[in-house]
Write a protein that binds this ligand. Structure first.
Ligand SMILES: [Mg+2]
Length: 232
């Protein structure tokens, strides 16, 4: 594992499930969706169909809860035989509204981690998803006092990280990305020559599942507040 001290000027932080809880709220919404459709389908078949519809819609409409509204509607339409009962549509809309305006919960240790790093590094949020939703969560978090900047990236692949580096006048090897997702926060950053710290979260979206690559530029921590002691 590489020594990360005195190497970076900037630290980029993923937001969902790195700074604040997110995925659990989607799991809860899926459980409510399964309840709503219980007269038409068993939960397991329903889950698979919903994921399939999500994968179809993400390239068209991006990430975020509005895409879930479309995915749930598509799945329900198929299960209900091509016509969507009013009660099902209104039920889906209610689930998505509650998902969009769910209670906001910071992950333990985030605030003291950012306090320790603030002033010593340029801290940047690098998240993906729906711009309106992500910025609303960022404002609600109160964390903007620690960050110089927040980026809502259209995706998190190699090209997007190269653009992010260029935007901040950094060479790719000067990127240090902190995040929970191996697929979005670790693999593409390592592929362009950057460094990554993985803060694992116990709820992982199927869409984000990937094996951890082998690289001495990856550091895995148990909790986010382990980070200051490896950087300072
Ligand atoms: Mg994340």
């Amino acid at each position: 594992m590489a020594d990360l001290r005195n190497r970076f000027t900037h630290i980029f932080f993923d937001a969902d499930d790195t700074l604040w809880e997110n995925e659990q709220f989607f799991r809860d919404a899926e459980a409510q969706f399964a309840d709503l459709l219980s007269d038409w389908s068993a939960p397991e078949g329903l889950q698979r169909l919903l994921w399939q519809k999500q994968e179809e819609n993400i390239p068209l409409f991006g990430y975020g809860s509005k895409t879930y509204l479309i995915g749930m509607t598509d799945a329900a339409m198929e299960l209900c035989g091509g016509t969507l009962p009013e009660k099902v549509y209104l039920g889906i809309k209610k689930i998505i509204t509650e998902l969009t305006y769910h209670e906001f919960r910071l992950i333990d240790g985030v605030e003291k981690t950012l306090q320790a790093l603030h002033g010593k590094f340029e801290l940047v949020v690098a998240t993906k998803g729906d711009v309106t939703e992500q910025m609303a969560k960022y404002r609600k978090s109160g964390l903007d006092r620690y960050f110089h900047h927040a980026e809502v990236m259209e995706n998190k692949d190699e090209k997007n990280y190269l653009e992010l580096a260029a935007k901040h006048n950094l060479a790719p090897e000067q990127i240090l990305m902190v995040g929970n997702s191996v697929k979005s926060d670790i693999v593409p950053v390592i592929n362009i020559g950057g460094y990554a710290i993985n803060t694992p979260h116990d709820v992982i979206w199927v869409h984000e599942m990937m094996d951890m690559p082998e690289s001495d530029r990856i550091t895995i921590v148990k909790r986010i507040d382990d980070i200051p002691k490896i950087l300072l």
